[in-house]
Design a protein around this ligand. Structure first.
Ligand code: ZN
Length: 194
């Protein structure tokens, strides 16, 4: 696949779950996820290969003018985490791929009913999260994961990038042995839809 991209097919249309390359060769960027060392697309879109920086990303294909609304259940990828907030690139609403990415913000008070000390125990950059839109302000969608079905649906080891396995409430990396914390959705690891 990646050699096809390198041979001038950069911009090729890819589907969710389509293989883009391996982590030994490329860094997985926006619109992708890594499972067992292989980079996959999480969206329908154009694969973009940055050869000089060895990065692969997928830009969502414009399908229809659909935008998140209050109470929409969305799927997105965590781009940045601070102690109180996580920034999310929303790419799907209720099973529909979106026309581009929308900015989402998850505040620590909207994670769960119980007290959360730090967002670093909730999610990490690269994770895929399912959340509900609770408000919109300045084109940023404020998100909540206060439900058993909401939270991280795919998480990746912050040390080696492998997908984490959920065992007895803890996230384990089977590759490097690291143990991490997340606020997971009930169906963690079972499907990537909003
Ligand atoms: Zn690891």
């Amino acid at each position: 696949m990646i050699s096809e991209l390198s041979d001038g097919k950069n911009g090729r249309l890819v589907l969710p779950g389509e293989r883009l390359g391996v982590i030994e060769e490329f860094t997985a960027d926006a619109g992708t996820y890594v499972k067992d060392g292989v980079i996959y697309s999480i969206v329908v879109g154009r694969a973009l290969l940055d050869l000089s920086n060895k990065r692969v990303s997928v830009h969502p294909l414009i399908r229809r003018a659909k935008v998140p609304k209050i109470a929409s259940v969305v799927l997105g990828q965590v781009s940045r985490v601070q102690k109180q907030n996580a920034f999310v690139r929303i790419h799907e609403i209720s099973g529909n791929q979106l026309s581009g990415f929308f900015s989402g913000l998850l505040h620590i008070s909207d994670v769960q009913l119980r007290y959360v000390d730090s967002m670093f125990d909730v999610c990490k950059p690269g994770d895929i999260v399912r959340a509900k839109v609770i408000s919109e302000k300045n084109r940023t969608y404020h998100l909540s994961t206060k439900d058993r079905n909401l939270g991280v649906v795919y998480a990746f080891c912050s040390q080696c990038g492998y997908m984490l396995e959920l065992k007895r409430q803890r996230m384990h990396c089977l590759r490097c042995g690291k143990i991490e914390k997340r606020k997971t959705a009930l169906d963690y690891g079972k499907g990537v839809t909003a």
